[in-house]
Design a protein. Sequence first.
Length: 176
Amino acid sequence: MKTKQIFISLLSMTLLLLSCENKRNNYVYESKHDDKQELNNTLEKANRYMILKESELIDDYIYRHDLNMYETGTGLRYQILKQGETELIKEGDLVTMEYELRFLTGDLVYSSKESGNKSFIVGRGGVESGLEEAILKLHNGDEAVLIIPSHLAHGLVVDCNKIPPKAILIYKLKVS
């Protein structure tokens, strides 16, 4: 009988200790969760601020160069300089383009005169997401100017050659 009482007492104490330990772990988890949420909120605010500052730089460039550009919901800016054919480019189309790629400072980065025309299949990646987005707004034969904010270009990732992190890119191109 005493053995049974001792066993029940030990079992009760064990359950009580485990219960307290479980509550402590939940509190630690909630604390970590709150810290993680706070960090996410801080990063989100920082990203919004950087996008706003980039947008101001782009708007200033557009004003100084007297451009009349459209802006998409993602922040891409584009202007069609010369209308081409009536057929709109769509996903799966093979696009070839003559281009000049510059930084917002005007410095030349790449050019089809140096490295040949750029060809890619729309929707399969391999180019900046902002370029893909813009191409889908163009017709075969269009000539256009695109301003691609860094988050639609290379972002914090470099191209391992000439494009640094957070670079805003300007394409002047003709698609065919």
